[in-house]
Structures are given as C-alpha cells and as structure tokens.
Write a protein that binds this ligand. Structure first.
Ligand SMILES: *Cc1c(COP(=O)(O)O)cnc(C)c1O
Length: 382
C-alpha cells in the first residue's frame, strides 16, 4: 500500500526547536511567559491589529470573543451555516441561540443579501441579534465590506471566525482585523499549527485586556486570589507559543505553497467535465488552505462521495465539504435563513489533500486517482 497522503498535515519550518529550546533553557515551562509575549506581538503585527491574545484553542477564543461583545442567555447570534461546529458551540456555551445564515455562490461564505434581509426584519420587530459570527471558509474571506457595514448600521457586534483564513486578505487587510474581535486556530490541520491553540485579536486595547483577564481565571489585581466574575483557564502554554513563532515566520511561504497546490490541481484536472473549483472572490486573496471543488455527477459520471471512496482506497485522505450546521441534529432546534446553497455545496463538494508539504509525486498521485474515477465511468470510457 502506498504511503498515506493526508488532507492537511502539520508542516514544520525547523525554526520551532530554536524557540522551544529558548523556552526550556529559561525554564518557562508554564502557561504564559516570554514566548507567549513574543508570539502575541508578532501575530498582532502580522494581522495588523493592536492586540493579540494567545489561547488554548480557536473554540476557546470564540467563546471569549462572544463573552466580550456581551452575548447572554436567550440572545440570538447569526452565524454562517457552512462551517465547522467550533464556530457554533461557543454560542451555545453562553446559552444564546444560533441563527444559521446561508452561503452565497461567489465566495461560499455568508450571503450579505440574506443577512441584510434578516437584520432588517429583526430591526422592525425590535429583536436584533447580539452579534454576527462571520466565518472565512477554507482560506477565503467573506464579503467583509458589506457585512461590516450592515453590522455597523444596525449596531450589531461583528465577530470574525478566521480559524481557516490566516494569510488570506480582504482588500489588503487581514481577516480578523475588521470586526470588533477576530479569532484564529492553530489546530494541527490549519495553515500553521502549535499542535493545538488559538488567538484572539482586537484593535480595542480595553477589550483585549478584559479578554486577557477572563482567560486567566478572572483574577482581580490583588496579591491574594480575588474574583468578581466567572473566568476560564484558556491561556496558551509558553512551549506551544514557541512552536507558533517558528510557524508564523514562514506563513507567507505556506500560503504560496497552498496556492501552488491549488493551481497544480487545476492544471492537471481542469479538462475533466463537471468539476467546479471554489471561486476566488474579487475582493481579496484566497490562501487555498484547502483545495475544494464541486463535482456535478451528470457531467463527471460519479458523485463526489464516490471520488472520496476511490481516493481512500488508494490511501489518500479527502473530505466532504462541511455539513451545514442547520442540518446537524444537535442544532435542529435553531432557526435558519435559507440553506439551499450550503446544502448543494455539501452534496457536491470535496476537499483534496492540500498540505503545504505535499510533494510533486503526491500531487501526481492524487490527480491521477481523481482522473481514474472519471475514466472508469460510462461517460469517461466513451
Ligand atoms: C478549526 C476551526 C475552529 C476551531 O478551532 P480549534 O482550535 O480547533 O478549537 C473554529 N472555526 C472554524 C471555522 C474552524 O475551522
């Protein structure tokens, strides 16, 4: 059996050990420490915000972000339906209710027209949501200009889930830097990793300071342990921040490598009928964290799921596009606005192996495996 090709494995730069050694040499094997401080400063500079807070996960970062913008039990929070459950769980942690918003075809992200309608209707009924969580899917920014303008107009807090979009851009700006608060993830499958971790970013220093306090068990400034509100143990370890610094240093190279992977797939498979690549919207740069496409079985002769099975048989890991949150049994009680676009992307979508360390030989193997599926269909044989 040929060696397994993973969807999006970690890719070390070699610089990580240098900083990990610094952490060991200084005996800062602790949550917090000089590596965390340096990682936060370097990350804030890279994203173009005043403050960054290194945390234990992207999900923890989103939980804090929603708490910061005042989400409370019973509130509504609008969120993209085409995403990973980590975008939604923190809404439920706070006892609030998610409202799922469908995707637009241009970016696969939250449809600003649907959001506009939903906000207008809720404004008339005097029940605006407390926040909007916009997700930047698979390395591409949502239509942030329009979505931010809508949130401003209605006075609703905008939180950016940029877990999948570090290194992308919207009109020259980084995702995460436009809303009140932005969050990122350094889970093992993301474009850079700390093996597990996250970051919260904000331009508002007071907001960031409050997040910093809540993330460290909400200790009041007192020599004894004094607590006036409920906190969390969400800070990142100094050792993991050291890994993050070695990863962040090569972010631009990682984006270039992922974009190259995408271009190679397009060049090698672009002639096959029925394949449609995730579009790159005109407002920015797609990091191509994952190469995703849809497959029209009427033209290609096989469903996306059949292609995934064939790849698996060759020890190649591919994944369906996220199953929309409004179809998840756990979120069945909650409202949704539209959903057909996301459902169609889920039904026909496939994510191909997209790691920045993917070799040319790997690319050839994956492309050949996809082409073989087509060749063996009745359409491909003729
Ligand atoms: C990965 C991811 C998260 C969660 O990040 P973790 O670090 O795994 O907790 C949240 N939202 C999206 C869109 C993600 O892809």
């Amino acid at each position: 059996m040929a060696e397994r090709i993973y969807l999006s494995p970690p890719h070390l730069s070699g610089l990580e050990l240098l900083h990990v050694q610094e952490a060991f040499d200084s005996n800062w094997i602790a949550p917090l420490g000089p590596q965390v401080d340096a990682f936060e400063q370097e990350f804030a500079a890279s994203v173009g915000v005043r403050a960054a807070l290194a945390l234990s996960s992207g999900t923890a970062a989103l939980h804090l972000a929603l708490r910061l913008v005042g989400v409370e039990p019973g509130d509504e929070v609008m969120v993209s339906t085409l995403t990973f459950a980590g975008s939604v769980y923190p809404i439920c942690y706070l006892g609030a209710r998610p409202v799922f918003v469908d995707s637009e075809a241009a970016s696969w992200n939250m449809d600003p027209d649907l959001l506009a309608e939903a906000l207008a209707e809720r404004a008339r009924q005097n029940r605006l949501p407390k926040a909007v969580v916009v997700v930047h899917l698979y390395g591409q920014c949502a239509d942030l200009g329009r979505i931010a303008a809508l949130c401003d107009a209605y006075g609703v807090a905008l939180v950016e889930d940029a877990a999948e979009a570090l290194g992308a851009s919207y009109g020259g700006r980084s995702p995460g830097s436009v809303g009140r608060v932005g969050i990122f993830s350094f889970n093992g499958n993301k474009i850079i990793t700390t093996s597990g971790g996250g970051m919260l970013v904000a331009d508002d220093g007071a907001l960031a300071a409050r997040a910093r306090k809540l993330a460290a068990q909400a200790r009041e400034p007192a020599p004894h342990y004094e607590h006036h509100e409920i906190g969390y143990n969400y800070r990142m370890s100094n050792v993991l921040a050291a890994i993050g610094r070695g990863q962040l240093a090569v972010l631009a190279e990682r984006v270039a490598a992922r974009r190259r992977v995408f271009a190679e797939y397009q060049a090698r498979l672009g002639d096959l009928p029925g394949l449609a690549w995730m579009p790159e919207a005109p407002w920015g740069t797609h990091s191509r964290w994952l190469t995703t496409l849809t497959i029209d079985p009427a033209q290609f002769g096989a469903e996306a799921e059949a292609v995934r099975h064939s790849l698996e048989a060759e020890n190649i890991e591919a994944r369906p596009v996220w199953k929309p949150m409004h179809l998840q049994p756990v979120f069945a009680p909650y409202a949704r606005i539209g959903g057909q676009v996301a459902e169609s992307l889920f039904g026909r979508g496939l994510c191909l192996p997209s790691g920045s360390s993917l070799s040319d030989a790997d690319l050839v193997r994956v492309a050949a495996a996809v082409r073989n599926v087509y060749i063996q269909t009745p359409l491909g044989r003729t």
